[in-house]
Design a protein around this ligand. Structure first.
Ligand code: MCN
Length: 762
C-alpha cells in the first residue's frame, strides 16, 4: 500500500512545469487562457512561508527555496508551475501549454571553479558561492612541515541520485469534518515532515496529519521536505478536492535529492615505514542550488573531514571544507552520508602510500589500524571509537579472500589475459548518536531520543506504536522481537505500528542507522515497565508476594500456580475491581529512550573484493566479495545480512555505475535509466559475510546500527582492487564511478608512462 495506491473520491493529479535551463531570471509564466484556474504559480500563494534550512549557524548562508520558483531558476528541473487535471496525462498536456520565459544566465557546474573569484553567483547577496566554508584542524599541526614523507592526490566521488524503488509521492486533502489537512507522504519521518509542512503552510500542527503508508525505500532522500511536497499541500488547501503528485523516474533523476559529489585534494604525511602521521587539504562538496529543509547537506563537509582519519591512528588533521552552491538539483543525505567519500579518499590514499613504499596494502593497514587494546580511542578528529577489534576484522576478511592465491594469479598472467586485483577497505559507521552529536552539528532538529507507546489490549495482545518509520529495514520484526523478549510472549502476538502522526508518539524517523539503538531502546525500556505492572497484577491475582513471581511464556507464575496475560489484561482494562488497591487501570505506557552516552557507537568492518579487469575495454567484473562486520549485538542476523548486502549493492552502484554528469550549461546528461546505470541482479555478487559481536557499552542490549555500513566501503574496495590489477604499472583510479572509459583511460596513461620510463632507461 504505497502512496500511489491511495484512492480518494474526487482525486486529481498534478504535473509540474519545470525549468529547462540551469540558471536564469524568470521573466514570465503564462497560463493557458482557457484553463487558468487549473495552473498554479508562486503568485497564487501569498500565504506560504519559505522555510529556513541548514544548520543554525550564522555562517551558514540561507538559500530561500520557494515551493514554486520565484524570481530565478537555479537548476534544470526546478518546479515553476503546477497543473491540476483529472489524470496525470491531462495534467502533463496542460503543463505543455504553459509558456515560460527565462533570461538565461551562465551556469555554475563545478564546485571547485565555483569558489574562484569571478565565478557567476547563484545568490546575489552572497559574497561567493559557499553555503559555508570552514577549516577543521586538530592535533600536532607542526607534523605537516616536519614529516619526512608526503604524497598528494586528488579524489572525486561523482554525483548520483538516491533511486529508491518507490519514488516520491504525495496525496493531500482537506478533511472538512476534522478540519485537518491529511497528507499521505512517502517519507522516512512523518512527524518531522509535519513540523515543516505546518510551518510552510501556516497551519497549527494539530491541523496537519501525515500518513506514510508502506514506503518503498528512502536511503536518506526521503528525509528531506521537497518544495513539490509543499506545493501539492498548498494546492489541496485551495481546490477543495484531493490532489496527488507521483514523481516519475525522470523527475526523480532530474530534480529529486542528489547525493555524493565530493572533491578531495589531499596530502598525507607518513614515516618511511608506512606509519601514517596526518592528512591535510581541501574538501569541496557540491551541494546543488538550495539547502533542503530541515538540515540541508551541511553534514557532508564536516563529516567527510572528520572521517578522513578513518579507523587509523593519526596525529594531525587540517582540512579546509567548502559546501558549495551550484546550478544542480539540491543535494541531500544518501546511505552512508559523507563517509563513502571519506572512506574512498583515505582507503585509496592508504593503497597509494603502500604502493609508493612497496608495502602490501594489507600490511600497511595492520601498521596503522587502531588496536583493540586502545579502545575507546578518540581519533584526531574527536570521534570516540568505542569498542571493536579492527585488526581481527581485517584478518578475517583477508582469510576469506586468500591474498596469496591472487598474487599467484597475477604473477602467472599471460599477456592478453584479463587482469585480476584484490582490494581492501576498512570503515567505521557512527550510529546511535543523539543530543551531543546533533547539537554539536547545530542541527535544527536534534534527534536525541525515540519514543514508544506499548499497550496491552483486554485480550492480552499487544500494540506498539513508534515514531520511527520502517521503509525496508524490517522494524516490524526486530522491534517485535525486542518487546517479545521483555514481555515473555511470542513476537506474533505483537503488532508494531508506525507511519501516522495521529496515532503514534512523536519521533524523529528512520535515518542515520539510529532505529535499533533509539527505537529498539524505547520499545525495550517501555515494554519492561509494562512487564513490571503485569507482574504486580499477576501476583495480586495469585495472592502471592510480588517478589515471589516471575513472567514466562505469556503468564505470571508463582510456586503454587499461574495466571495468563489474557486474564491480567482483562482485569487491567475492563475489571478494575480485580486490581491491587490504588493501582491505575490500563496496561499502557509511553516512554522515551536515549543511550547513556550520545556521541554515538561505532560499527565497523572490512570489505575485501576481487575483480577482473579487461585491459582492452576497461570493463570491471566482480569475482568475489567478502565482508567481516561487527554491529554489536545482532537482534536479527538475517535482517543484518540483508542490510549489509543491500548497502553493498548500492555501494557497487556508487563505485562502478551510478552518475549524473552535467554539461557546461548545467544540463544533466542522465535523466532516464537509458543513461543512468543502475546495477541489477547480474552486476551484484553474492556477498560472503562474517560477523563478530563486540557489544556497545552504552546502549540497550549492546546494539549498534548497521543500516549504512554496507554502502560505505565498496567504492574504496573496488577502486583499490582495480588499482591492484594494474599494480605493475602504478595506475591510479581515483574517481567514481569507475566506468570502463575511466578505467581504460587511467590504465592507458599509466602504461604509456611505464613504457616511456622503460625507454628512457634503455
Ligand atoms: N538490526 C539488528 N541488529 C543490529 C543492528 C540492526 O537486528 N545490531 C536491524 C534493525 O532492527 C533494523 C535494521 O537492522 O531492522 C536496520 O537497523 P539500523 O541500523 O538501526 O538502521 P535504521 O533502521 O535506522 O535504518 C536506517 C538505515 C539507513 S540510514 C539507510 S540510508 C537505509 C538503511 O537503513 N535505507 C534503507 N537500510 C535500508 N533498507 C531498505 N530496505 N531501504 C532503505 O531505504
Amino acid at each position: 500500500m504505497f502512496v500511489a495506491d491511495v484512492r480518494l473520491p474526487g482525486l486529481q493529479d498534478i504535473a509540474f512545469v519545470r525549468s529547462g535551463v540551469a540558471h536564469g531570471r524568470l521573466l514570465s509564466v503564462n497560463k493557458p487562457a482557457d484553463d487558468r484556474e487549473r495552473v498554479f504559480t508562486i503568485d497564487d500563494f501569498d500565504d506560504l512561508n519559505v522555510l529556513e534550512a541548514g544548520p543554525e549557524l550564522e555562517a551558514f548562508r540561507q538559500s530561500p527555496y520557494p515551493a514554486l520558483a520565484s524570481g530565478k531558476v537555479r537548476y534544470v528541473g526546478q518546479a515553476i508551475a503546477a497543473c491540476v487535471a483529472t489524470t496525470r496525462a491531462r495534467a502533463e498536456d496542460l503543463a505543455e501549454r504553459v509558456e515560460v520565459e527565462i533570461d538565461e544566465l551562465p551556469a555554475v557546474v563545478d564546485a571547485v571553479a565555483a569558489m574562484q573569484p569571478g565565478s557567476p553567483r547563484l545568490f546575489e547577496n552572497w559574497a561567493d558561492n559557499a553555503f559555508i566554508a570552514r577549516t577543521i584542524s586538530a592535533g600536532d599541526l607542526n607534523l605537516f612541515s616536519a614529516s619526512p614523507m608526503r604524497l598528494k592526490r586528488r579524489f572525486r566521488m561523482n554525483r548520483h541520485a538516491t533511486v529508491s524503488l518507490e519514488i516520491r509521492g504525495v496525496v493531500a486533502h482537506w478533511d472538512a469534518r476534522l478540519e485537518e489537512l491529511v497528507v499521505h507522504l512517502s517519507t522516512q519521518g512523518g512527524h518531522v515532515m509535519r513540523l515543516g509542512l505546518a510551518r510552510a503552510l501556516g497551519l497549527p500542527e494539530n491541523q496537519v496529519r501525515v500518513i506514510a503508508p508502506d514506503v518503498g525505500g528512502g536511503f536518506g532522500g526521503k528525509n528531506r521536505l521537497l518544495p513539490e511536497e509543499i506545493a501539492v499541500c498548498a494546492i489541496a488547501l485551495k481546490v477543495g478536492h484531493p490532489v496527488r503528485w507521483i514523481e516519475d523516474r525522470r523527475e526523480h533523476l532530474l530534480a529529486s535529492v542528489h547525493c555524493r559529489d565530493h572533491h578531495y585534494d589531499l596530502t598525507v604525511c607518513f614515516e618511511p615505514d608506512g606509519t601514517l602521521l596526518g592528512i591535510e587539504g581541501d574538501v569541496h562538496i557540491d551541494a546543488g542550488a538550495y539547502a533542503l529543509w530541515p538540515t540541508g547537506s551541511f553534514m557532508e563537509a564536516s563529516m567527510a573531514a572528520g572521517n578522513l582519519p578513518g579507523p587509523y591512528r593519526m596525529k594531525a588533521l587540517r582540512v579546509n571544507t567548502f559546501t558549495v552552491a551550484t546550478n544542480k538539483a539540491p543535494m541531500g543525505p544518501y546511505r552512508g552520508v559523507a563517509r563513502p567519500g571519506a572512506c574512498f579518499a583515505i582507503e585509496r590514499m592508504v593503497d597509494e602510500v603502500a604502493q609508493h613504499l612497496g608495502i602490501e596494502p594489507y600490511e600497511m593497514r595492520k601498521r596503522n589500524l587502531v588496536k583493540r587494546t586502545e579502545m575507546p580511542y578518540v581519533t584526531v578528529a574527536g570521534l570516540k571509537l568505542d569498542t571493536g577489534d579492527y585488526h581481527d576484522s581485517l584478518d578475517t576478511a583477508a582469510k576469506m579472500i586468500d591474498i596469496s592465491a591472487i598474487r599467484r594469479r597475477q604473477k602467472e598472467r599471460k599477456p592478453g589475459e584479463p587482469r585480476v586485483g584484490i582490494g581492501f577497505a576498512v570503515y567505521t559507521e557512527q550510529s546511535g548518536h543523539g543530543v551531543v552529536e546533533w547539537s554539536k552539528r547545530k542541527s535544527r532538529v536534534v534527534p536525541g531520543y525515540e519514543s514508544a507507546n506499548v499497550r496491552m489490549l483486554p485480550d492480552g495482545s499487544v500494540n506498539i506504536s513508534v515514531g520511527v518509520q520502517n521503509h525496508g529495514q524490517g522494524h516490524e520484526t526486530t522491534l517485535a522481537q525486542i518487546a517479545a523478549h521483555e514481555l515473555g510472549i511470542d513476537p506474533s502476538q505483537i503488532r508494531i505500528r508506525y507511519g501516522d502522526t495521529a496515532t503514534t508518539p512523536f519521533g524523529f524517523g528512520t535515518f542515520a542507522s539510529r532505529s535499533i539503538v533509539f527505537a529498539g531502546g524505547a520499545v525495550g525500556v517501555t515494554s519492561r515497565r509494562l512487564a513490571e505492572k503485569i507482574r504486580l497484577i499477576g501476583a495480586h491475582l495469585l495472592q502471592a508476594a510480588p517478589e515471589s513471581v516471575r513472567i514466562e511464556n505469556g503468564a505470571v507464575l508463582s510456586d503454587s500456580g499461574s495466571v495468563g496475560f489474557g486474564e491480567i489484561a482483562r482485569a487491567a482494562n475492563i475489571r478494575q475491581e480485580m486490581l491491587p488497591e490504588g493501582m491505575e487501570p490500563l496496561l499502557e505506557f509511553t516512554g522515551t529512550y536515549e543511550p547513556k552516552e550520545s556521541a554515538g557507537v561505532f560499527s565497523y568492518g572490512t570489505h575485501a573484493v576481487v575483480v577482473e579487469v579487461d585491459e582492452a575495454t576497461g570493463g570491471v567484473k566482480i569475482l568475489d566479495y567478502a565482508v567481516s562486520e561487527d554491529c554489536g549485538t545482532m537482534i536479527n542476523p538475517m535482517i543484518v545480512d540483508g542490510q549489509v548486502q543491500g548497502g553493498i549493492s548500492q555501494g557497487i552502484g556508487t563505485g562502478l555505475y551510478e552518475e549524473i554528469p552535467f554539461n557546461a550549461d548545467g544540463q544533466p546528461l542522465a535523466t532516464t535509466f537509458g543513461e543512468y546505470m543502475m546495477p541489477c541482479a547480474t552486476e551484484i555478487p553474492t556477498v560472503r559475510i562474517a560477523h563478530s559481536v563486540t557489544p556497545a557499552l552504552v546502549t540497550e542490549y549492546g546494539v549498534k546500527g548497521v543500516g549504512e555500513g554496507g554502502a560505505i566501503a565498496p567504492p574504496a574496495a573496488l577502486a583499490n582492487a582495480v588499482a591492484d590489477a594494474f599494480r605493475d604499472c602504478k595506475a591510479s583510479f581515483n574517481e567514481t564511478p569507475l566506468t570502463p572509459r575511466r578505467v581504460w583511460e587511467a590504465a592507458q596513461a599509466a602504461m604509456t608512462r611505464m613504457e616511456a620510463a622503460a625507454e628512457t632507461r634503455a
